[in-house]
Ligand binder design. Structure first.
Ligand SMILES: [Zn+2]
Length: 138
């Protein structure tokens, strides 16, 4: 099940990205998944939920956008989107083609979350609240 290692790389990449964006909490990962990428979506969802346990991504949602297969037809000299990943034929003229332009990719293209960038006041407020809570009654 190679989805597990894919989920792992996705999670690592997202944690790195979130860090460089100054995100405190990641709510969702947006991934483009080509229909020829050879990844089973359900397995990836499952693996992702397992992999993010105990990481800063815990609770984040994986949102997968299917990328259809787009080929270049040399007869039409056009890009054609295939209604089904296979067979790889131009849906207009029926010419076989192996020139895949899209559909093999898997790409993390966006993160959604809470950023802690512009203002550090919430941090100070958190600290104040915490120290108040720690004060004994009376
Ligand atoms: Zn064609």
């Amino acid at each position: 099940m190679h989805e597990l290692s894919i989920a792992h790389s996705l999670a690592e990449l997202a944690i790195e990205e979130a860090g460089s964006l100054g995100m405190r909490r990641v709510r969702a990962l947006y991934v483009k998944l080509g229909m020829l990428a050879g990844v089973v979506k359900e397995a990836l969802h499952f693996s992702f939920d397992v992999v993010i346990q105990g990481t800063p991504l815990e609770g984040a949602e994986l949102i997968i956008e299917d990328v259809p297969v787009v080929v270049y037809c040399s007869r039409c000299q056009e890009e054609r989107t295939l209604p089904e990943p296979l067979p790889m034929r131009c849906p207009v003229c029926g010419t076989r083609t192996a020139e895949v332009l899209h559909g093999r990719e898997m790409e993390l293209y966006a993160l959604e979350g809470e950023e802690g960038d512009t203002d550090d006041a919430p941090d100070r407020r958190d600290q104040a609240e915490r120290s108040q809570e720690e004060r004994p009654f009376g």
